[in-house]
Design a protein around this ligand. Structure first.
Ligand SMILES: [Zn+2]
Length: 50
């Protein structure tokens, strides 16, 4: 999988295989992957729950 950047901070995203999401630890948000395509838009990020 190619390295994807957070649309907000441009930092690297971490892929969580279990949940099929991309996480930005810096922003503390995650992005869903739909049909194999990461939805990397600033307003699609959702807050991470600890
Ligand atoms: Zn970020």
């Amino acid at each position: 999988m190619e390295i994807l950047a957070c649309p907000i901070c441009k930092g690297s995203l971490e892929y969580i295989r279990d949940k099929n999401i991309l996480v930005c630890r810096k922003c503390n948000i995650f992005f869903e992957i739909r049909e194999g395509i990461p939805i990397l838009l600033p307003d699609t990020g959702k807050p991470l729950k600890e």
